[in-house]
Design a protein. Structure first.
Length: 326
């Protein structure tokens, strides 16, 4: 199968592309290598994907451009003839979205609509959307279920992800596209974006610099290791490739929230270095906790995460050590 992966040179996208290539699929990657973080890191990610293509059973094609460019997106569907879409490209991050909400709307809402419209016109029905646990807002009920109300987002990022889910439902309803919206819960692992906590904390602790510690350490996140997330995305892709029209939303998390204080201790242990902490107030847009209810994704997709935070952090630190100079 020919699969279009948007954001395929990013953290999650590069891992997914490698997995799909290994399974014999041909991959078309859209990425604009923007400067949200160092573009060279994404170039290295793509180099790893290209290497996987040389040793695997599938081929990879890179289409460098922006999903906000409707002509560019439409041309890819005409020229490359994808049979399914996994849409991972996005403007990411809660705090930056508060600084530039209009950019987030352009990428996450309009960009998604342009992809859906191009897929519709090309007759491509299977579509997987990367959404986010941020849509749950500061939900006092745990664990977070796909049936919970998500009508009260507390950041522009969360609002745009919820909007993308709604647009996907419209395209399913009107055009019978098969769509899975995947709510990712704090993904980490090798190649993680440098602005995210585990990457940032590991680098700063190892260098003997202070780490920003927001709140009293009791905020918690459902940290999900990259291999488990990729397993869930693969299963969702298989699900949308079914014959009958289908649309649904699935949580992809670990369902084992970790408090901030424990996270820092786990990284300290893996590095063998004590952290220097700068205590700061909670930031606007931050939530108290995230916690995935996996009953639905387990029952329908067969999703079953396996990696504990201790195992995942040890694996991340090994990768960090091996790639430190890079």
């Amino acid at each position: 199968m020919r699969v279009l992966v948007t954001g395929g040179a990013g953290f999650i996208g590069s891992h997914l592309s490698e997995r799909l290539l290994g399974a014999g699929h041909d991959i078309i990657i859209i990425d604009n290598f923007n400067e949200f973080y160092e573009p060279q890191l994404k170039r290295r990610n793509f180099a790893a994907v290209a290497a996987a293509a040389r040793t695997g059973q599938g081929d990879v094609t890179l289409c460098e451009g922006d999903i906000r460019d409707g002509e560019f997106v439409a041309a890819i569907f005409t020229q490359e003839a994808p049979e399914a879409v996994v849409h991972l490209a996005a403007a990411a991050g809660v705090r930056p979205s508060i600084q530039d909400p209009l950019f987030y709307e352009e990428v996450n809402v309009r960009g998604t609509m342009l992809l859906l419209e191009a897929a519709r016109k090309a007759g491509v029905r299977p579509f997987v959307l990367a959404s986010s646990s941020s849509v749950y807002g500061d939900n006092p009920k745990v664990p977070f279920s796909e049936e919970d109300s998500v009508d009260n987002p507390i950041s522009p990022y969360a609002a745009t992800k919820k909007a993308a889910e709604l647009i996907c439902h419209t395209y399913h309803h009107l055009y019978r596209m098969n769509i899975a919206c995947l709510r990712f819960f704090t993904v980490y692992g090798p190649r993680q974006r440098p602005d995210l906590a585990i990457n940032k904390f590991t680098r700063l602790i190892d260098a003997g610099e202070t780490i920003p510690f927001y709140g009293d350490g009791t905020t918690s996140r459902d940290y999900t290791y990259i291999d488990d997330i990729i397993d869930g995305v693969e299963r969702a892709l298989d699900w949308v490739c079914g014959d009958e029209p289908r649309y649904d939303i699935f949580n992809l998390g670990e369902s084992r929230p970790v408090e901030l204080g424990r996270l820092v201790e786990t990284i300290e242990k893996a590095l063998g270095t004590k952290a220097r902490i700068e205590r700061l107030p909670l930031q606007p847009g931050d939530v108290q906790r995230t916690y995935a209810d996996l009953a639905k994704s387990t029952a329908i997709l067969g999703y079953c995460p396996k990696t504990s935070i201790e195992e995942g952090i040890r694996a991340y630190v090994r990768w960090y050590r091996e790639n430190q100079e890079r």
